[in-house]
Ligand binder design. Structure first.
Ligand code: SAH
Ligand code: SF4
Ligand code: F3S
Length: 459
């Protein structure tokens, strides 16, 4: 089978899709480069905002209109499957399988099973041919059950793609209770993988040329919480970082997304003691107003957040901080928003994802009136985006005339013969150099800075 995988949502979804692609290849299938050539279309979906779900539904419908004699097989996996389950059949009647977020490792089985049926001539009737009023979907495979071990199976990598910067999912689920967030429902119970499995995966990646490891989890720094002990004041997450730091060949370590509440002394200290941890942290603020943070059930204050941000910045000469912000949470006043702007400035984020609040059915805040108008959400969004532009440019300008260690990732999209790499602070650098340097660490002198990238010359 030729399978096209369309991924929506976060890096954990990207990672799940990669695992599926690798598994399909091991079983002799191919990954289609275009939708048009695919026998199977899989959407790996996101539910975090309403728009993300709508986008996936629209896509699935467009693909299903092209269905002929049961092909392409159409399936949906990930968060929307978990969130909506069999209800998806109502929106996309010709769907062949719906796999919940704990069923990723079994999607290849579902594809093979449906393919077997279709090839044997078991093809539901197409309503457009008028033979039936409804697509007879009772052979669709729908499984959104929990699975206690499936998180341990997300460990295959697609080595036909660059693994210079490789991702490892170290846990699944989320046990936090942020009032606005659907993720605890869509990703289920928080479960961590055994430390030795993760280290083993990192070693395999290092042996095949990976230079950077990024650890993934919805609350990545809560890794092992309740399942593994603290040892000499060090959390399981910090102990895992120590082990990865020892792996030969790995030069850089990153992780997303840590939660401010679990950003304790031991983790801040690790930035100084473990040389491979990059001078970069993604630290989701959500709001700078203590009142809104309380409403959101984020158990920290703006002051506590700023303290962590400052401790991180003080630990290195230069440190990059990125964040997530939600604007227009129910009852967010101008005063609340201005507090967010203040903290945004004080922390000097040089990268940020700013979201307009979107009520999600089943969450606590969905019970509240979504009473900040769309126009006002947009206005607040634009103000923060303008601030971000300036802060991002300021950050990059500070690097002009300095020498930076750059990990060369790929050819650049712009400029003939240019390569693209990133600094330890995760800033993009474009420079001219031979392609053989892809995958290597090089020294680059920064010569000019823009908002989203810098230009440099190889030293
Ligand atoms: N686990 C991560 C992020 C998960 S979702 C964390 O806690 O940081 C990514 C981001 O989407 C969140 O940080 C939040 O800023 C945003 N988000 C989540 N639910 C949202 C909603 N209902 N409306 C708008 N943005 C939302
Ligand atoms: Fe959602 Fe909060 Fe969990 Fe992040 S920590 S995934 S925002 S519930
Ligand atoms: Fe979206 Fe699920 Fe990730 S809701 S953000 S794909 S965990």
């Amino acid at each position: 089978m030729k399978v096209y995988i369309k991924t929506y949502g976060c890096q954990m979804n990207e990672r799940d899709s990669e695992n599926l692609a690798a598994q399909l290849k091991l079983r002799g299938h191919e990954i289609a480069r275009t939708e048009a050539e695919a026998d199977v279309f899989v959407a790996n979906t996101c539910s975090v905002r309403e728009a993300a779900e709508q986008k996936a539904i629209g896509k699935l419908l467009r693909i299903s209109h092209k269905k002929k004699n049961g092909f392409p097989i159409i399936g949906v996996m990930g968060c929307m499957s978990q969130n909506r389950g069999s209800e998806i059949v109502k929106s996309v009647p010709k769907i062949d399988f719906i796999a919940g977020s704990r069923k990723t490792p079994y999607v290849a089985d579902y594809i093979e099973e449906i393919a077997k049926r279709r090839k044997a001539g078991i093809i539901p009737q197409d309503p457009q041919k008028g033979e039936r009023k409804k697509w007879k979907h009772n052979d669709a495979i729908i499984n959104i059950e929990d699975d206690e071990t499936s998180h341990n199976l997300i460990k295959l990598h697609d080595f036909s793609k660059s693994q210079i910067c490789a991702n490892i999912s170290i846990m699944q689920g989320c046990a936090m209770k942020c009032s606005y967030c659907i993720v605890p429902k869509t990703r289920g119970i928080e479960r961590s993988r055994p430390m030795e499995d993760i280290v083993n995966e990192a070693e395999i990646l290092a042996n095949s040329g990976a230079k950077e490891i990024q650890l993934l989890g919805q609350v990545v720094n809560a890794y092992g919480r309740g399942e593994m002990p603290n040892v000499q004041g060090k959390s399981p997450f910090v102990r895992l970082l120590e082990k990865i730091n020892k792996i030969n060949g790995i030069e850089r370590i990153r992780f997303v997304s840590p939660h401010p509440s679990f950003f304790k002394e031991d983790l801040i200290a690790a930035y100084s003691s473990l040389e491979k941890i990059c001078e970069y942290a993604h630290l989701p603020l959500q709001s700078g107003s203590d009142r809104v943070l309380r409403e959101m059930r984020r158990p920290y204050s703006a002051e506590k957040f700023i303290k962590i941000a400052k401790a991180l910045k003080a630990s290195k000469e230069i440190f990059s901080l990125s964040t997530d912000i939600i604007v227009g949470y129910p009852n967010e006043t101008e005063e609340d928003f201005l507090k967010t702007c203040e903290v945004f400035k004080e922390c000097g984020f040089d990268m940020a994802y700013i979201f307009k609040y979107s009520p999600r059915m089943g969450t606590v805040s969905a019970e509240l009136e979504d009473n900040v108008s769309e126009d006002e959400k947009e206005r607040r969004n634009q103000i923060l985006l303008e601030m971000l532009k300036k802060q991002s440019l300021d950050f990059n300008e500070r690097l002009v005339n300095t020498s930076q260690e750059v990990l060369v990732e790929s050819k650049a999209k712009r400029g003939l013969g240019n390569l693209m790499g990133r600094t330890r602070t995760h800033r993009k650098v474009i420079f001219k150099a031979p392609e053989e340097l892809i995958g290597k660490l090089v020294s680059v002198k920064i010569i000019s800075a823009g908002v989203s990238a810098m230009d440099g010359v190889l030293e």
